[in-house]
Design a binder for this molecule. Structure first.
Ligand SMILES: Cc1cc2nc3c(=O)[nH]c(=O)nc-3n(C[C@H](O)[C@H](O)[C@H](O)COP(=O)(O)O)c2cc1C
Length: 315
């Protein structure tokens, strides 16, 4: 079936979503009724994400982009998450008005192409409290919670968890191998970009050289010093909640981008089962799905590559 150029543009925008290790684990199926978003198990990260939780969250981010793109073209998509053999998928049916929700989403379209993750330092500028309130509301609209960590003692406790969890991750050779595997030249269209000439050395250094303790110290410092530290989560746990978390994350990120803020992820205590309950307790309950710092980057974040649309289509 020939895909309508308007829908092609929606799919292009959906593919700009963030994803763990930039795996872009989504596939799109288009028919007369609308668009389906499927997760791609071939793009899983068995060590970093053994349950596929982050893979489904990443697909949730793509779903939110689709909803935003459709909203600006006057469509409110009817979103229907469904369960299939190889995980959940989302059916987005066109031809719905969408009401007030559509009007709230449409202004976010301009920020889809501007959003970037950031792994450097932030400027020491906390931004105004009403930005934080807007972000909390953005997550709430999607059925998730967003908790800014403002208490210094709680920040310290979270930083300690991040240090322990980061050390464990970097002490795991399989985790290092998996990360190195996804570091590749931008021309490949996915993964974490490294130079074509220097990439081999960077990957070798990730596998064998980088000090677990130094990484852990850096990540813990970021958790203590970042302008904003936030946790995003759901009430209960499961694949449908992961889709919700992804849509909430992307809505928060687009709202943050609109205010000049970039995210730096500190997910290590969530990615490993040992630390997740401890983090949940420190945060006061619920199921934490993402932990990240937000701030104005001290530098210019570079765009990461994306695969061509035709590779993303499921027939
Ligand atoms: C569910 C999820 C988990 C992520 N976890 C991490 C992480 O632990 N560390 C990190 O540096 N980036 C993390 N990222 C960011 C991705 O690496 C990033 O989205 C990807 O490389 C594409 O780059 P971009 O966000 O600048 O478009 C995560 C993104 C998502 C959606």
């Amino acid at each position: 079936m020939e895909i309508d150029p308007v829908i092609r543009e929606w799919l292009h925008l959906a593919g700009q979503a963030p994803s763990s290790h930039n795996t872009q684990p989504w596939r799109f199926r288009v028919d007369r009724a609308g668009v389906e978003v499927w997760t791609d198990p071939a793009r899983s990260l068995p060590v970093n994400d053994p349950t596929g939780r982050e893979r489904i969250i990443s697909c949730g981010c793509a779903v939110l982009n689709l909803r935003v793109a459709a909203a600006t073209d006057g469509h409110g998509l009817n979103v229907r998450p469904e369960q299939a053999g190889d995980g959940p998928f989302v059916r987005l049916l066109t031809g719905h008005h969408g009401g007030a929700g559509r009007r709230d989403l449409a202004p976010l379209r301009d920020w889809i192409g501007e959003r970037r993750s950031w792994r450097g330092r932030f400027l020491a500028d906390e931004g105004s409290p009403d930005i934080v309130e807007k972000l909390v509301q953005a997550a709430h609209h999607e059925g998730a919670w967003l908790r800014p960590v403002t208490d210094a003692e709680i920040r310290r406790e979270i930083a300690d968890l991040i240090r322990a969890a980061t050390t464990a991750q970097w002490k795991n050779p399989a985790w290092r191998r998996e990360l190195a595997h996804w570091m590749r030249p931008p021309s490949r269209g996915d993964g974490l970009p490294v130079g074509r000439v220097t990439g081999g050395l960077t990957r070798w250094s990730v596998r064998h050289l980088v000090s677990a303790r130094a990484m852990a110290r850096g990540e813990a410092h970021m958790a203590r010093a970042a302008p904003l530290l936030l946790a995003l989560g759901t009430g209960i746990e499961g694949p449908m909640q992961w889709l919700t978390a992804g849509q909430a994350l992307q809505r928060v990120l687009l709202e943050a981008t609109r205010h000049g803020l970039c995210a730096r992820y500190l997910n290590q205590p969530i990615q490993q089962a040992e630390w997740r309950p401890m983090l949940a307790e420190v945060l006061g309950g619920g199921q934490p799905q993402l932990l990240f710092a937000l701030g104005r980057p001290d530098g210019t974040p570079r765009p990461t590559p994306r695969r061509p649309l035709d590779e993303l289509l499921k027939h």
